[in-house]
Design a protein around this ligand. Structure first.
Ligand code: 6OG
Length: 163
């Protein structure tokens, strides 16, 4: 199969509560990655800015709108069983309007920011590698190679100034 030159682009918003030292994760209830905990996000629609897509998905999946959202990372995922690589734009926010609510796609849960409480065993295998950058307020770019859809084979990650 000849790889497509195009990436598929997604957003991913991580909501952090500094006062309580917690992070908001959603349990994905359907579709790709169902059963996994993750930040909130989805596909960028044609003609939509990355930020607008991030806010739209956050509203659809957690019922909130971030008021201090900043871009933090860009992750590239290569799957040996899918010719199109994925580009995921990671954002961070700690302030929002609205009341967090579940949707038919995501069930939001606050987790204490403590390695023993964050459910890494029910998260994508790349997460433990970029979370330290996110939590340290560093910007990052990474490339992750997966086999059998969910098994991480190899990755590269580094801090960056420009996203
Ligand atoms: P929908 O299918 O809901 O968008 N996503 C990933 N997140 C992490 N942490 N690791 C991955 O490793 C991911 N692949 C995709 C991007 C999918 C959502 O899941 C994220 C989107 O927020 C492969 O439209």
């Amino acid at each position: 199969e000849i790889p497509s030159a195009k990436h598929k682009e997604f957003t991913l918003v991580m909501i952090r509560d500094y006062a309580e030292d917690k992070i908001l994760l959603g349990e994905k209830l359907r579709g790709f990655g169902s059963g996994y905990f993750n930040g909130f996000g989805g596909k960028i629609e044609p003609g939509e800015t990355i930020e607008a897509a991030a806010q739209r998905e956050l509203k659809e999946e957690a019922n909130i709108e971030a008021t201090d959202m900043t871009a933090r990372g860009c992750l590239r995922f290569i799957f040996d069983d899918n010719p199109t690589p994925w580009l995921v734009h990671v954002f961070h926010a700690s302030a929002y309007t609205g009341d967090i609510a579940a949707s038919d796609e995501m069930r939001p849960v606050w987790y204490k920011l403590n390695p023993s409480e964050v459910p890494f065993e029910r998260m994508w295998a790349d997460d433990p590698h970029w979370w330290p950058y996110l939590l340290a307020e560093k910007k990052f770019v990474g490339t992750f190679l997966f086999t059998n859809t969910t098994e991480l084979v190899k990755f590269w990650i580094r801090e960056t100034d420009d996203l």
